[in-house]
Design a protein around this ligand. Structure first.
Ligand SMILES: NC(=O)CCC(=O)C(=O)O
Length: 308
């Protein structure tokens, strides 16, 4: 496909059927017992829906520990219909008539393992699937060493999807470090980017807050992050940072958690996006004559269709 620059005319977001709603971020503890994790997630999503949330977001790798050694044994075949984790989310989504950004789980497919997020609509159907695009590789001697690519295969397709609560772009954790992905979602009309995540103590303290605010402010949209809860007694070397948050288009923290188990509920008012973009028309001021975002998967610059 031809590489095409994004035109400013593709930047206005579409309408959602609900423009003001509650979003819940379920910051869940995770144990090595999958059934327990699924039961806890079910109870947490159910309680969030009962509290009025119409969008519920789960963490990165919520159904098993985020441990490169043991992840493969928890893999589920989503396309083959052998996924107890996604079946549970589908059941609640349709019973409660909510949209769920289902965090991520290890997905087995064609002999490979992906770190995969499913977006599920109020009919219980999977509306989009995002396989983590940027695998986390870090080596700080004496501090933290981790290579996701020893375990996971990277995804190939950014996922942006139209839902009852707006157009949502998906990234998984380390994907947040790549501003071009967020810019791409904005150019395709996203209102909100959800990043199920599992940041660690080393980079979390320094960068977590900064990166989510940056993605929101640069693109004048809402950002949601959802992390597992920290387990201070965990034997794993990988200690979770926590601090799931809802960030507004001005970079304001609308709702946030500490590091323990929590369900954070905040309000998203999509009308704010239009006001902020009118008040501060960054896309009009962008110097397309000097630099451009290139959408390598699009055939025409005016194509603003959703890729889901
Ligand atoms: N699970 C992840 O992708 C962690 C990313 C992270 O901590 C970072 O610093 O990037």
């Amino acid at each position: 496909m031809a590489a095409v620059p994004i035109s400013p005319s593709s930047l206005s977001p579409p309408q959602a059927s609900i423009s003001k709603y509650k979003v819940a971020l379920c910051q869940l503890p995770v144990s090595p017992r999958k059934e327990e994790n699924i039961a806890r997630a079910r109870a947490s999503v159910d309680a969030a829906a009962a509290a009025g949330a119409t969008l519920v977001v789960l963490p990165e790798i919520w159904n098993c520990p985020y441990s490169m050694e043991t992840l493969p044994i928890y893999g589920e075949d989503i396309d083959g219909g052998a996924s107890p984790s996604i079946s549970m989310l589908s059941e609640i989504a349709s019973r409660r008539k909510i949209t769920i950004v289902g965090g991520s789980i290890p997905e087995k497919s064609s002999g490979q393992l992906f770190n995969t997020c499913c977006v599920i609509g109020p009919d219980g159907q999977i509306k989009a699937k995002h396989r983590k695009l940027h695998l986390f590789e870090i080596d700080i001697p004496g501090n933290i060493t981790l290579r996701e690519s020893d375990t996971f295969t990277a995804g190939q397709e950014p996922a942006i999807v139209d839902t009852d609560v707006g157009r949502i772009g998906i990234g998984i954790c380390h994907d947040i470090r790549f501003p071009e992905l967020a810019m791409l979602y904005r150019s395709r009309g996203a209102h909100l980017i959800c990043y199920p995540s599992a940041f660690n103590m080393s980079t979390g303290q320094l960068l977590w807050d900064l990166m989510q605010k940056s993605r929101a402010v640069d693109n004048q949209l809402f950002v949601v992050t959802c992390s597992p809860a920290r387990d201070p007694d965990a034997e794993s070397d990988y200690m979770i940072w926590g601090h799931s948050s809802l960030i507004g288009p001005l970079g304001e923290v609308i709702a946030t958690a500490g590091h323990e188990e929590a369900t954070v509920i905040g309000e998203i008012d999509l009308s704010i996006i239009r006001t902020i973009r009118e008040n501060l028309p960054l896309e009009m001021q962008s110097r397309d004559d000097l630099y451009q975002l290139v959408d390598v998967r699009r055939e025409s610059a005016g194509d603003n269709a959703c890729a889901a």
